[in-house]
Design a protein around this ligand. Structure first.
Ligand SMILES: Cc1cc2nc3c(=O)[nH]c(=O)nc-3n(C[C@H](O)[C@H](O)[C@H](O)COP(=O)(O)O)c2cc1C
Length: 226
């Protein structure tokens, strides 16, 4: 697979088939992902991979907490702004409404939106969850490094014919993740990744997001015309 195809064929999949993913395949993907660059090659990331009973127990407890006490959990870092501004809030809304439209969920159907949001905590049925942490003793730059590792997982999964969804939603529930997985006190839960086989018949997987054209976010300087 050409690297461009691996990158451009990646999308967030939100319904997976039950087909298992062998440990050796996850191991391979993580080995490839770890070739990510990092400042001074510090490699600030760690990965905790769950499947089977470990996955089920972790998801069950988080799902219950997300249902029963959603406001009792906060992430260890700020992923989203406290105040949203344009153009970001517009893009955020477009993505949310696009997903709900694909699922046939009306904008004012709060209960159906909530049910869809809660599907995060069953990893959208993916058989494997990868919980990515970074060492909190490092600095902001290490978030970049960890992001590159994360993206490499998503792209390397494509090379194995697999699908993914990055899930910051789990960052809120690091306290519960810690009860199930042996994170050290230095590990900050950045994100989870759902990994598995895409359900090609699922309407939520047909939803395709857009991107701004290069001209909208790039200025070129010092090039000859053409
Ligand atoms: C770090 C990160 C965290 C994300 N967290 C979630 C999440 O918790 N739940 C979810 O459904 N999608 C999540 N997404 C997926 C984004 O919504 C998605 O990447 C974006 O809408 C672009 O769509 P695409 O991935 O299909 O290209 C996350 C993406 C990233 C990069």
């Amino acid at each position: 697979m050409h690297v461009d195809d691996a990158i451009t064929s990646r999308k967030s999949v939100r319904r997976f088939l039950p087909t298992p993913v062998p440990r050796a395949v996850v191991h391979h993907i993580l080995g490839v992902a770890a070739r990510a660059p990092s400042g001074h090659n510090v490699q600030p990331w760690r990965a905790h991979v769950v499947a089977g009973a470990a996955r089920a127990a972790l998801c069950a407890e988080i799902l219950q907490a997300a249902r029963d006490e959603p406001d009792a959990h906060v992430p260890e870092y700020g992923y989203y702004p406290e105040t949203w501004v344009e153009p970001y809030i517009g893009r955020r809304r477009k993505t949310g409404f696009g997903l709900y439209a694909a699922l046939g969920i009306a904008r004012d159907d709060i209960a159906a939106r909530e049910r869809q949001m809660l599907r995060n905590y069953v990893l959208f049925d993916a058989p494997v969850g990868i919980f990515v942490t970074m060492d909190r003793r490092l600095n902001t730059g290490s978030y970049m490094d960890t992001g590159m590792f994360l993206q490499n997982i998503l792209v390397a999964a494509r090379g194995q014919g697999l699908a993914t969804c990055a899930q910051a939603a789990f960052a809120w529930f690091h306290g519960i993740v810690r009860r199930h997985l042996p994170l050290t006190e230095h590990e900050l839960l950045v994100c989870a990744v759902a990994l598995g086989h895409e359900d090609p018949a699922a309407p939520e997987n047909a939803f395709a997001t857009e991107r701004e054209p290069v001209e909208a976010f790039t200025t070129f300087h010092g090039f000859d015309r053409g």
